[in-house]
Design a protein around this ligand. Structure first.
Ligand SMILES: *Cc1c(COP(=O)(O)O)cnc(C)c1O
Length: 812
């Protein structure tokens, strides 16, 4: 479509939909109109993609994830359709700013943080590299809560993202499946003497899929993200007459759990997991049966990926369908299951390793429990005599009345991967070392990545333009070509152009900050950014203690030569996570104190932006100078905001944790500020049990001064919260070694301060970071999953001269 056609079609569609012309329409009506033009355009490709895959009998991958975090889709779909420029110009000629329409779209926030965002970056990359891969998840009625600050406390408001409808989704009622939750089950011989399950009571619920097109980058490929919503089947209406009964059903897909790291026995959560697992696996099998291939060959056509343990029941559900419905023998079904399934581990934090009590699992999905019990029994039988008794007891699925979901996922699949080199090594040497002894060949690494297009072309058009002018635009397709920038490391003009793009982005963020927080910040100051979920292991507290140190130092000597800094935070705390909410309160109160203190001459500012989400990330990241990646070494599996920030020219201050290690390897020590304990030093402390936070507090004057400020009234209004944090450090011996790393962190911060003073040096470091970010493209990550784990291949379909669709299948 060209611009003239677009304008004509746009005006016509607006008239059809709303009986209006451009001058009268609201941004929302214009957004709806543009969106509907887009979906009608790509729907053809969507249908065609599906037909192509089917005709080519392509093996398909299904990415099961309890979270997806796509953010806004309007501009990313425009970009991938190749329409962005054309539409932006066309609308401008009609007197409309595309950005005003984009603002209308609510963020699709069906995820908490990194895990969900990774799933969405993968969806984009899978489509963009032409891979036959689909998402499978839950269509939560309410996304992650909206965060507001009241009296500097976090307050949570519901996120009613569907209120005005969702124009990207298509309800597919005809593709619904039924899912049984609760009740009892017993086995009874059928007419051939085979045991078959007889179900009693329980709820039969309808799972209705809502499909969203995942538009590939300029390749006419549109894959599917399928999200399931619960409904009461019409024939069961009579059973759910009361409001309470109906509510009990609707709750199932109502809210996203706002806590991705602790699993306090929550039946609803387990029901959610089984619901989307069963619906997804059933619909995959229905599709496979339409291919009319023997069940024995399903592993050649289907790959199912278990993203973290929440969908681990895929293993048992797949077994259930193969043995109960398809009547396969156990052994055959089990071999197929292992070949179809693969699993990604995302954390080594003990509280996040999901376990469910036997009672709970029996009450939610009794047949699944029976199957897990049998898997466990056979596992023990198979391992007996091969491995020692203790090892078997540690690795079996059912232990002490609990079902270990990670064990189920590992035993029931052919691949277990970590998400950064360090993390994958830790899995092998510590966290999952028992399993590594049993199944060494199953373990592999797939370092996370990010969808480059969103985090450069969409989020940072200013920098993108400089890149185009400098190295051409091939980096837009091939992020590795960002390396070409290295040829301009000594080129003042290029360095200046990048610096002025950064300044422009900082000015834009400064005016957003002025508008939303009423804080004036100096765009020439260092913009120092920490954006991620609020969690003790991520150590926002370490950042805060350093700020307090700078503040106290400035109070003593206001003439100190430090570069002005703006510390920017974005973080939500899980509503039930008391400590994390206290940290927010203390940062906010410190901000009130410091931002109003005129004696320090605007050398320090703290800005805590409300409601951190993908859209806010897109505003902040292009304006960042410094990227805070300061988790305790060994705790952050990978991190991905570290990648987004380096890509946008921020300099990383980091511990050697997660993918920070690979960032250091990529840019070299001179282009990153590394500090703190290493992972092996942390483990040594665990082993020797010889860490004493109190000793550091007593012996180190700097630490003492700063920590005391939490409880001595230096920061007003934090009586209880300051004490709570103080206690976490001193009374409970500082679980995440904040005080141990403090001095080293301050030194690293000083080196950042020094480097920033030398503008040219800073610009070179920044350029190096951009130039080396290409290796973190999720396009490459998903290609590695495709080749090593899923064994799927891209199909590019094109029409030959006679208009017949041809398939080019090749590995990129
Ligand atoms: C990238 C991203 C994250 C992940 O951040 P980490 O620092 O890697 O934990 C979380 N939330 C949002 C909105 C993101 O875009």
């Amino acid at each position: 479509m060209n611009k003239i056609e677009f304008k004509k079609k746009f005006s016509r569609r607006l008239a059809e939909k709303f009986a209006m012309d451009v001058a009268d329409a609201s941004p929302d009506e214009l957004y709806q109109t543009l969106g509907s033009l887009m979906t009608s355009e790509y729907s053809q490709s969507w249908q065609q993609t599906w037909k192509d895959y089917r005709e080519a009998e392509q093996k398909q991958a299904y990415y099961f994830s309890i979270e997806f975090l796509p953010g806004k889709m309007l501009k990313s779909n425009l970009l991938n359709m190749g329409w962005l420029e054309m539409v932006s110009e066309g609308l401008a000629e009609l007197g409309i700013h595309l950005n005003d329409l984009a603002e209308v779209e609510p963020d699709m926030a069906l995820g908490n943080g990194g895990l969900g965002r990774l799933a969405s970056c993968f969806m984009d990359s899978i489509a963009s590299t032409g891979l036959p891969g689909n998402g499978n998840g839950i269509r939560y009625e309410y996304g992650l809560f909206k965060q507001r600050f009241v009296d500097n406390y976090q307050v949570e408001l519901p996120d009613e993202w569907l209120q005005k409808g969702n124009l990207w989704e298509v309800r597919k009622e005809s593709k619904a499946v039924d899912v049984r939750i609760g009740g009892d089950v017993y086995l009874s011989p059928d007419e051939y003497g085979n045991l078959t399950p007889i179900y009693q009571d329980g709820m039969l619920l309808r799972a209705v899929p809502y499909d969203t097109g995942m538009v590939g980058y300029k390749n006419d490929i549109v894959n599917t993200m399928r999200l399931w919503s619960v409904e009461i089947p019409p024939e069961e209406e009579d059973r759910y007459r009361s409001i309470e009964d109906r509510r009990a059903v609707e709750d199932l897909t109502s809210v996203l759990y706002p806590d991705d790291s602790s699993e306090a026995g929550r039946k609803l959560r387990l029901s959610q997991e089984y619901f989307f697992v069963s619906a997804g696996v059933q619909s995959i099998l229905r599709y496979y049966k339409q291919l009319k291939k023997p069940m024995d060959k399903i592993n050649q056509y289907i790959a199912i990926h278990i993203n973290d343990t929440h969908p681990a029941m895929c293993v048992a559900e797949f077994m259930r369908l193969l043995i109960d419905d398809e009547k396969l023998g156990w052994e055959r079904a089990w071999n197929l299951t292992q070949e179809v399934m693969s699993y990604t581990n995302h954390t080594i934090m003990a509280e996040a390793l999901e376990k469910w009590s036997i009672g709970m699992m029996k009450s939610v999905c009794p047949r699944i429990y029976q199957i897990i019990e049998e898997i466990d029994r056979r596992f023990v039988e198979e391992m007996t005599g091969v491995h020692d008794f203790d090892l078997i007891q540690r690795t079996r699925i059912i232990q002490c009345d609990q079902v270990h979901m990670a064990h189920l996922a590992i035993i029931g699949s052919h691949s277990t991967n970590g998400v950064a080199k360090l993390h994958s090594d830790l899995l092998k040497s510590v966290v999952l070392q028992d399993f590594y002894r049993i199944y060494p060949a199953r373990f592999n690494n797939k370092t996370n990545g990010i969808a480059m297009r969103r985090w450069t072309q969409l989020a940072n058009p200013t920098m993108s333009k400089v890149l185009d002018d400098t190295i051409g635009d091939s980096w837009r397709e091939q992020p590795k070509n960002l390396r070409l920038l290295l040829n301009y490391e000594e080129d003042n003009q290029v360095l200046e152009a990048l610096a002025s793009a950064k300044l422009e982005n900082k000015k834009r963020l400064a005016s957003y900050i002025k508008e939303h927080c009423n804080i004036e910040v100096n765009p020439h100051a260092i913009f120092d950014v920490q954006i991620k979920r609020l969690h003790a292991y991520k150590r926002q507290l370490l950042n805060l203690l350093h700020i307090i140190k700078l503040y106290l130092d400035l109070k003593e000597d206001p003439e100190q030569a430090i570069e002005p800094r703006v510390f920017i935070f974005g973080a939500k705390a899980a509503p039930s996570y008391h400590y994390a909410k206290s940290v927010i309160k203390v940062i906010n109160e410190a901000a009130s104190l410091i931002n109003q203190d005129t004696t320090i001459k605007d050398k320090l500012k703290i800005v805590f932006l409300e409601n951190y989400n993908v859209s806010l990330a897109e505003r902040i990241i292009p304006a960042a100078d410094v990227s805070e990646q300061i988790s305790l070494a060994s705790k952050e599996a990978s991190g991905t905001s570290n990648m987004k920030l380096m890509l946008n020219g921020a300099v990383t201050i980091a511990t050697l944790d997660g993918a920070n290690v690979e960032i250091r390897d990529a840019v070299g020590d001179e282009n990153i500020a590394i500090f703190g304990l290493t992972e092996s030093e942390v483990y040594q402390y665990y082993e020797n049990k010889n860490y004493s936070a109190t000793n550091i507090y007593k012996e180190n004057a700097n630490v003492h001064k700063v920590v005391k400020a939490l409880i001595d009234g230096t920061i007003p209004n934090i009586f209880a919260e300051g004490q709570e944090i103080f206690d976490s450090l001193i009374k409970y011996n500082d679980e995440f070694f904040v005080l141990r790393d403090f001095e080293d962190y301050c030194l690293a911060q000083e080196s950042i301060n020094e480097a920033y003073k030398d503008k040219r040096r800073w610009q070179k470091i920044s350029l190096n970071n951009i130039a080396h970010a290409g290796r973190f493209s999720s396009d490459s990550t998903v290609q590695r999953y495709a080749e090593d784990i899923w064994q799927i291949e891209p199909v590019f379909a094109h029409e030959d001269d006679r208009g017949v669709i041809q398939h080019d299948s090749y590995l990129l």
